[in-house]
Design a protein around this ligand. Sequence first.
Ligand SMILES: NC(=O)C1=CN([C@@H]2O[C@H](COP(=O)(O)OP(=O)(O)OC[C@H]3O[C@@H](n4cnc5c(N)ncnc54)[C@H](O)[C@@H]3O)[C@@H](O)[C@H]2O)C=CC1
Ligand SMILES: O=C(O)C1=N[C@H](C(=O)O)C[C@H](O)C1
Length: 266
Amino acid sequence: MNIVKIVIAGPRGKMGSEAVKLVQETEGYELVAVLDHKNDGGMLSEFPGFSGLDIPVFADISACLKASEPDVLIDLTTPEVGMHHTKTALQYGVRPVVGTTGFTKENLKELEELCHEKGIGAIIAPNFALGAVLMMKFSQMAGKYFNDVEIIEMHHDQKLDAPSGTAVKTAEMIAEVRETKVQGHPNEKETIEGARGADYDGMHIHSVRLPGLIAHQQVMFGASGQTLTIKHDSYNRASFMSGVKIAVDTVLKIDTLVYGLENIIE
Ligand SMILES: NC(=O)C1=CN([C@@H]2O[C@H](COP(=O)(O)OP(=O)(O)OC[C@H]3O[C@@H](n4cnc5c(N)ncnc54)[C@H](O)[C@@H]3O)[C@@H](O)[C@H]2O)C=CC1
Ligand SMILES: O=C(O)C1=N[C@H](C(=O)O)C[C@H](O)C1
């Protein structure tokens, strides 16, 4: 069996720590290094919660990739750091699997071009939970028939980006099939700014942030005399890991950028 050598960026984070467990527990995967802005030159085992994991820690991605020569980089950090890591990985011929959200359209275009230039694949998935991917696909199906849509995403209050990557991706997928419409009353006015949420092609996106939440989204469609609500909840970060594994296994076989897990699950 060929061993897949993996680097994880953000190993102490809520998602990164789950990804460390996934890699450790998966036969055929080997965690060869981690990227963290703290403890450069040290070992992962020196951080609380990682005892016994004598995996080298690097702060600089170039140094990390040169020393550890991985096949795949899993990035679970922040948008700016994630973009830098993803670009650098591709430049070194390392295939990125990116869960980090907040990438712009321009970021995606640049990465797509870099994949093309280097002839290697990358996967950027705003949501790795298979239920969330289905929620997005079902919403796209509904968007063909209902063009009044409100997306309500609800997350823990430590989340940096709003709207969530999942909400943006959902709106993009619906927009591919929905007849464009400016929703609500033509003369509606916000008496408190932001009351109607963000506007994507006339659809509204509302971002709720509360302690106690993990990751939840409802997509509401309305038409005369009826509403349809499609809802998904992640109650823990383990819910994302089967999707991370699918992405790692797939990224080794592709040579383009894939944005969204819905493009690779059958
Ligand atoms: N695609 C998906 O299914 C999911 C994506 N996410 C996204 O993943 C990202 C991480 O989320 P969480 O784990 O909840 O956040 P977190 O805040 O718990 O973890 C982020 C980690 O990044 C690390 N970090 C910051 N700068 C760094 C650098 N220069 N080098 C290496 N590591 C660095 C931090 O130390 C922290 O441990 C976010 O963008 C979030 O939106 C979260 C859940 C699911
Ligand atoms: O930050 C999170 O927690 C999550 N981020 C992703 C997003 O922005 O959609 C995926 C999931 O919703 C959890």
